[in-house]
Design a protein around this ligand. Sequence first.
Ligand code: SAM
Length: 285
Amino acid sequence: MTQFTNPSPELRARVALEKHGFHTSHSLGQNFLLDGAFLSALLDAADVGPDDRVLEIGPGPGLMTALLAARCQRVLAVEVDRGLEPVLHDVLQGMENAEVRFEDILKSDLKALMGEEPYRVVANLPYYITADVLLRLTTAPNPPESIAIMVQKEAADRITSSPGGKSWCALAATVQSYGAAEALADVPPEYFSPPPHVMSRFLLIRRHPDPVVTPADYALYLRVINAAFAMRRKTLLNNIKAAFHMDAETAGQVLEAAGIDPRVRGEALPLEALARLSDVIGERI
Ligand code: SAM
């Protein structure tokens, strides 16, 4: 006779949600992924392996967390909703290499969480915090080796856009300064419970092995990116004037020294030009 002793993580998650009468919160963007085979396929594509330490953001009921624990060295999951504690406890029971912290990732200290050792991020998060989370991760003092993240399809289009295109924006420039973004899968609403009203795309952003830009002051470079895209209908000259409190003449000189046409709009600027501009501004302020 066969003894069955180990229900799948998918079954555990479904049973734990029901047992604890968990109700998803719309305001916390709780659209869960409860298909184990589908999540395993996403993780295969996300390139996370046995040597990896993983930071999972927003574990929800913990199905993805359990699958990560089975294939990685260690997974630390950061969840803001304490109401999920009993569910996560049931689903991750016995998994020594999985740990959950209950805190808001937007307030977390990434250095305290993950230390100096390499780590990867996996996240299916509310879409209204996609940009904030990506900005924090990609500009952290200890940035991850890669970020596999589910985002709204329109956000994916922006993040993977190129300079000169309609979608090129501060988020794309910041993320692409950190790494190369690749679309792994389009995910229709019916894969989520409850289904969202939008199409989703699973992205893998791999950190550049060598920096693609080397501005003298990275914090200033990030400020210049934000300034360049601050008001999309204004010229770069006007945006730089406003952001760095310069008169038109000085702003014009700065752009000339950086080899940039003052009439250009931020959307047209490649990363190298933004880095040059940041270095020239750095010499003047
Ligand atoms: N990863 C799970 C899945 O795929 O089924 C859950 C995904 S659900 C879209 C997003 C999760 O992120 C929820 O569990 C939610 O409570 C959590 N969350 C929302 N805001 C958060 C924040 N600021 N910090 C950490 N977790 C957050």
